[in-house]
Design a protein around this ligand. Structure first.
Ligand code: NAP
Length: 472
């Protein structure tokens, strides 16, 4: 595919190969943009922001609404593309497309709801003859940098609200999965978006990222990706608005009163979806000692039933990871834990980019599969004695994106919601659950700012305060 730069589809001789992780075959190539391309994109986007700021709320609604309809009609094609470039099973590729339709549709709805409010200035001792109100205006140029694991929906979570708010966007998708973002660009143009509204530039983040995020013409950076790159972007960005959606090692607490069949079913769904490559995947399963053995017994057959294979085969339950080096990393971390005294209860082992879904028990909190973000198809199970200990273990991390608890006890559930340091909290489900309309984002090193169209539109706009100094 080509990149969309300065209102045109542009090719380059320097390419990035996009591979199907299942068999390593090349699906397509995309241009490898350089610093000169970024400079062109920035100056075009600066002019473009003046065009998009003039679109009415109705225009922005109509374009996004039309794009959502086109995406829905092309669900199968988009689902196949996501699945091929990322490795997730085809059912998940279709599911991601359906979610992306909701994200763009939700953004369309927000385009009609951007408003300020009157401010009761007469509440101030000197404000008697003043009339005040706020205006919400677009930021201008938005740089949207996205990760590999949801190559369509996470781009929609940035592009949808940015356009709904009247900005011009430069999208920099992940180099492993750039095709879905380019397709989305095509669809938005087909839906009537002025070409000034979007550019999609593919290229190595390490090579072009700094030039993009540090530039003063960019007024808002929205980033989803790893903590390490997020940290670098925050330091490079300077004085501008920034949203950071970063990683996690999400905990799930299993209290002694939990229904273990329900818990096991939830862990099998929330720990292994997209081969565990979900930022809120259930990773650390903290289990009350009283039910520890019974829980492992209930989980084992459910995880063993997760058959692996070609992601495009409807029978596969788990596909390859995004690339073989990632599956090798997961293998190393699990081997290291087992060498340190942890116990492989189910699965394990690697074939190319496929890592067989695993359950690792007796994991010590200081082991890498517990302490760091695993981002692979395995859960780390650790016993606890008391709720105090469970909460301390859940919070013993730099991350805070999502957490879950299984209990029927209201007091315990409420204590979990109050005391666990996490942006999303789930009672009687695993950490991996998201409705695209909800406010979504992390605490601590999992980032700051919220996504979900209504909340992202706030992050993609500036608030102006207007005061009329009246004489009577
Ligand atoms: P990543 O390695 O951090 O890459 C994310 C994006 O940043 C890619 O487009 C990458 O480009 C780009 N990038 C790399 N270096 C850069 C630089 N110096 N400046 C600017 N951009 C740069 O993350 P990933 O491996 O794709 O995704 C997995 C991570 O994302 C996990 O940590 C996961 O938890 C997190 N995530 C978080 C959420 C959330 O909502 N909180 C959702 C999904 C994923 P290249 O691909 O060209 O290197």
């Amino acid at each position: 595919m080509k990149i969309f730069l300065e209102g045109k589809w542009v090719d380059k001789s320097n390419k990035i190969e996009v591979r199907n992780p299942y068999d390593n075959s090349v699906i397509d190539t995309v241009p490898r943009a350089d610093g000169g391309d970024v400079e062109r994109a920035l100056s075009f986007a600066e002019r473009g922001a003046k065009v998009t700021a003039k679109l009415s709320g109705y225009d922005r609604w109509r374009i996004l609404r039309q794009a959502a309809d086109i995406m829905a009609a092309r669900n199968e094609e988009l689902g196949q593309l996501i699945s091929k470039e990322e490795g997730k099973i085809i059912a998940e590729g279709r599911g991601e497309t359906s979610r992306a339709v909701e994200t763009i549709m939700g953004s369309a709805e927000e385009a009609k709801r951007i408003h300020g409010e009157t401010v009761p200035l007469d509440g101030d001792p000197g404000g008697g003859k003043k009339l005040g109100f706020t205006l919400r205006v677009p930021c201008g140029v938005v740089a949207a940098i996205s990760p590999f694991n949801f190559p369509l929906n996470l781009v929609c979570h940035k592009v949808g609200p940015a356009l709904a708010a009247g900005n011009s966007v430069i999208v920099k998708p992940a180099s492993d999965t750039p095709l879905s973002a380019l397709k989305l660009t095509e669809i938005l143009l087909e839906a009537g978006l002025p070409p000034e509204g979007i550019q999609c530039v593919t290229g190595s983040g390490g090579e072009i990222g700094d030039a993009l995020v540090a530039d003063r013409r960019v007024r808002k950076v929205t980033f989803t990706g790893s903590r390490e790159i997020g940290d670098r972007i925050c330091r490079m960005a300077g004085i501008k608005k920034v949203t950071m959606e970063l990683g996690s090692n999400s905990p799930l607490i299993i209290m002694p009163d939990a229904d273990l069949d329900k818990v096991a079913a939830a862990v099998a769904l929330t720990g292994y979806g997209n081969a565990g490559q979900t930022c809120i995947s259930t990773q650390r399963v903290l289990t009350a000692k009283k039910v520890y053995g019974d829980f492992l017994g209930a989980l084992k057959p459910k995880v063993e039933a997760l058959t692996t294979g070609n992601q495009l085969d409807e029978k596969s339950k788990v596909g390859p990871m995004v690339k073989e080096s990632e599956a090798r990393r997961v293998e190393d971390w699990i081997n290291e834990a087992v060498a340190g005294g942890a116990r492989l209860v189910a699965g394990g082992g690697r074939r190319g980019a496929i890592y067989v879904p695993a359950v690792v028990a007796d994991v010590k909190p200081e082991m890498r599969i517990s302490r760091d973000e695993l981002f692979g198809p395995a859960v780390a199970v650790t016993p606890f004695d008391s709720m105090d200990e469970a909460i301390a273990l859940a919070n013993d991390t730099v991350y805070g994106l999502s957490a879950g608890i299984f209990t029927e006890n209201l007091e315990w559930a409420m204590r979990f919601a109050r005391e666990v340091e996490s942006g999303n909290l789930h009672v009687n489900w695993g950490p991996q659950w998201r409705a695209d309309l909800m406010p979504y984002g992390g605490l601590k090193d999992s980032g700051f700012g919220k996504e979900g169209p209504r909340y992202a539109v706030e992050e993609m706009t500036e608030l102006k305060m207007v005061v009329f100094h009246l004489s009577r």
